[in-house]
Design a protein around this ligand. Sequence first.
Ligand SMILES: Cc1cc2nc3c(=O)[nH]c(=O)nc-3n(C[C@H](O)[C@H](O)[C@H](O)COP(=O)(O)OP(=O)(O)OC[C@H]3O[C@@H](n4cnc5c(N)ncnc54)[C@H](O)[C@@H]3O)c2cc1C
Length: 414
Amino acid sequence: MTLDIRTTTNTDATSADPERTSVDEALAALLAAHDPATESAVEFRGNQYDAGLAWVHFPVGFGGLAVRPDLQKVVDQRLRAAGAPEPDPASFFLALAGPTIVTHGTDEQRRRFLRPMFTAEERWCQLFSEPGAGSDFAGLATKAVRDGDEWVVNGQKVWNTIAHLADWGMLVTRSNPEAPKHKGMTYFALDMRSPGVEVLPLRQITGEAEFNEVFLSDVRIPDANRIGAEGEGWRVSLTTLMNERNAIGGGGGTTPKRGSGPIAAAVQIWQQLPADRRTPAPLDRLMRLWVRAECQRLTNIRAGGNRKVGNPGPEGSVSKLAMAELNKDILELCVDLLGADGMVGYDYTFRRPASLSPEGIENGVGHAFLRVRANSIEGGTSEIMRNILGEQVLGLPGEPRVDKDVPWINVPRS
Ligand SMILES: Cc1cc2nc3c(=O)[nH]c(=O)nc-3n(C[C@H](O)[C@H](O)[C@H](O)COP(=O)(O)OP(=O)(O)OC[C@H]3O[C@@H](n4cnc5c(N)ncnc54)[C@H](O)[C@@H]3O)c2cc1C
């Protein structure tokens, strides 16, 4: 069953707002009973989930209060002010897996997966891309064959961020090779500790191996861990992908402060430059980027406020595209401003990080300059974002798709 997490919005500012009231009451009760400054992060986030304040637009009993999604910002701001810990960065994929499971999963799956995902007791990774299927992810080849109450899975996934830390993977497979590519896919929750799952590091331009390749050899998955119907994997995946674009583009998280993030690093470098290097041309570049960063921030806030359904639509691609290109331009300016200093003092030793940051700015400008190159690839490339925007938002003619109705098995591939 697919759950529609659409909710109604009260647009009349002068009338009572029962949804806001129920959030305020739940917040007051949570904070009266639990002190986020003294409870452990796992404990407090568990209590937050039980109070319906994990994802406020989710159904009651599954971490939500069935109210409109923009009220989550109210919750996050209040809890942060009360000293609640930031979510574990390595649990980034809860922003993708949570909405996918609540939308397409059974009640039993929601009960099993959502709470430990929110508390970060169980971390998730995304097993979508394959060596022969990235942008054209619907062309994937990892095979799933039904065997009684189980499925047997064989194949290879790649670029799987944080898979080395993950307890569960969002796995998409080819269950019917005779059907056209979008119709023969099935989606599973994969226990990453199952026999036959092998996770190997892949080193990135930054030196670290934030992502991995994952080999699946005769892995057995109970049918109870299938998310959505057999053959419906494409539709389920779209929920994951749209939430991913939103999460990477900054449309899904807490509201960042004005001038924060990568642009703050650029301003700081500028302020520390000797006077003779603070010339009009780089200042002009800095100011243009500052304006773009502020427009991006305000657009995200407005889009979040306007969103009336839990799952973002294709418009999430706007912020993903803008953010990817903006981050690259800002970090390029940072390195230019630093001059020769921008080329030294960088730690390139191989490491497998314990967390994840698409901007990487916490690790310094040298790291971030290299890390943000990936922003226009991960979660869908900038070219693919432009295609989606052209077709689904602007209504321009679609790309020719010659293999759309052809059985997957007959589509030529390398
Ligand atoms: C840092 C990072 C983290 C990632 N994490 C994950 C993860 O956790 N899980 C996961 O499953 N995947 C992950 N990915 C993979 C990512 O989703 C893919 O790299 C991406 O979708 C592109 O696929 P590809 O690399 O196969 O490139 P390709 O699809 O082969 O594309 C190559 C080039 O062709 C262009 N192109 C392709 N098709 C078109 C088209 N129709 N129109 C115009 N241009 C086109 C692309 O824009 C690109 O420039 C990650 C990638 C990176 C860089």
